[in-house]
Design a protein around this ligand. Structure first.
Ligand code: IFM
Length: 468
């Protein structure tokens, strides 16, 4: 291996990972499948959102994406060549249950049936996520995640997928990053469905939690074999920008809204008191009904942690004021500054991943974790032979896997690491320009070319497993 593919300080930590530590890669349905109107699939909120002028860079859509729907066997062969022991993918709700209610679409389910068999045939463990943001448009028209009924629709859908694949799939993740569905989609308006209402976003968070809990209960009741049940959250830290009371209080608010809002109900069965007070001060209540929190806190076996970066928090606006025009306290996320950044300008902060994992281990003890996503986007340009020598991404992955190993060595129960993403793909509002893949995709020809980072992951996984 060329010298630049080894990072001795990182390797010293990575080499302490146990041989059964899972190393894999992740994708999601809308980002790679394409075939948006085939075999009975109907529109999701992302198909709709992509058509809103200006919503997605360059007007890109997931209509074709990586054409994985048609190239799945070839892609699974690629995973086997890369030595992945686990593949995390998501099921497209509007493909298997068009419209979000009623019977399954046999052709849609058959695709995942073939995918699972193909993976198992190549010795790759399937890690299935039921929801990665592609809500059927009909359910959005009926109120979407701010409406309680959507949680019940999700539990029915989960049972239907489990009924078909539960005999072969052991690892079930209900939701990917409820924060993005709820806050980016309903408060900030930058993801589908493009809403801008705090009350809707808060209701969406609660109903996503409820959807998770209802689905977890259904899967547990239906399972005829041991189930590894998980939910995945996007997490980071929000340190105060300075040590002033204003910034410390802003950081507390950011932590309540961006971190504890997600982990407390699932892992402790309650919403944080300070969050409830902060929301109350803005006239918003979480629409909790009797019994909801017990349902939401149905025990999970694994917590999926997605980590990309962390921000610091200031209580002062760009105008120097500590309240906004409506008299509400300012909570402003800021970059730390002075750090290398990836393509979208996200700071590279592997040490924060260690801190994050140790915090979860301390504050929510007894929950095994898996890093279900971590990776870096760049606007990679292939050389004349189509190769991408992505040294920055390789160094990013190495540093973050080492950060995980460091957290493990300090007591965090982390059992796996999945790189985001297997393939370059549709990066939501960024469209196709930002590339997260271990494997380069030429969207004109759909040719796949593993990058340097893919070879690094393969060689690292071999070393960890002890087959190097
Ligand atoms: O591409 C996304 C993924 O769908 C969810 N987690 C974050 C990734 C990078 O933005």
């Amino acid at each position: 291996m060329p010298a630049q593919d080894r990072f001795p300080d990182d390797d010293a930590l990575i080499d302490r990972l146990p041989p059964d530590f899972r190393i894999g890669a992740a994708t999601s349905a809308y980002q790679i499948e394409g075939a948006a109107a085939e075999d009975g699939r109907t529109a999701s909120i992302w198909d709709t959102f992509c058509r809103v002028p200006g919503a997605v860079d360059n007007g890109d859509t997931g209509d074709t994406a990586c054409d994985h729907y048609h190239r799945m066997p070839e892609d699974v062969a690629l995973m086997a060549d890369l030595g992945l022991d686990t593949y995390r993918f998501s099921v497209s709700w509007p493909r298997v249950q068009p419209g979000g209610r009623g019977p399954a679409n046999p052709a849609g389910l058959a695709f995942y049936d073939r995918l699972v068999d193909e993976l198992l045939g190549r010795g790759i463990t399937p890690w299935l996520t039921l929801y990665h943001w592609d809500l059927p448009q009909e359910l959005q028209d009926a109120g979407g995640w701010p409406a309680r009924d959507t949680a019940h629709r999700f539990a029915d859908y989960a049972a239907l997928v489990h009924d078909r694949l539960g005999d072969r799939v052991a690892h079930w993740t209900t939701l990917n990053e409820p924060f993005c569905s709820a806050v980016l989609g309903h408060v900030e308006g930058v993801h589908a469905p493009g809403g801008r209402s705090l009350a809707d976003g808060v209701a969406a968070v609660h109903h996503l939690h409820l959807a998770h809990g209802l689905a977890a209960l259904r899967l547990r009741a239906d399972a005829t074999r041991p189930l590894d049940l998980a939910v995945t959250h996007l997490l980071g830290t929000s340190a105060p920008a300075t040590d002033t009371p204003t910034d410390r209080e802003a950081a507390r608010r950011a932590d309540a809204f961006g971190f504890r809002f997600y982990l407390d109900p699932v892992l402790r069965g309650s919403y944080p008191d300070d969050l409830v007070a902060d929301l109350g001060a803005r006239g918003v209540t979480i629409p909790v009904r009797d019994g909801d929190l017990e349902t939401i806190a149905t025990p999970v076996d694994t917590l999926g942690v997605n980590y990309y970066r962390s921000m610091k928090t200031s209580g002062t606006g760009t105008d120097g004021a500590t309240t906004d025009s409506l008299g509400r306290p300012v909570t402003r996320a800021l970059p730390h500054g002075g750090l290398p950044v990836t393509g979208p300008g996200w700071e590279v902060m592997p040490h924060d991943l260690t801190d994050l994992l140790l915090r979860i281990a301390r504050d929510y003890p007894g929950t095994p974790m898996v890093i279900t996503e971590n990776g870096a986007a760049y606007t990679d340009v292939p050389d004349a032979d189509g190769h991408v020598d992505d040294q920055e991404r390789t160094a990013y992955l190495s540093a973050h896997l080492a950060a995980v190993a460091r957290a493990r060595a300090a007591g965090a129960d982390v059992r796996g690491y999945f790189a985001w993403s297997l393939l370059d793909n549709f990066e939501w509002a960024y469209g196709y320009a930002q590339r997260f893949g271990l494997v380069h995709v030429d969207y004109a020809t759909q040719a796949r070319t593993p990058k340097r980072s893919a070879r690094w992951l393969r060689d690292t996984a071999r070393r960890v497993r002890g087959d190097a």
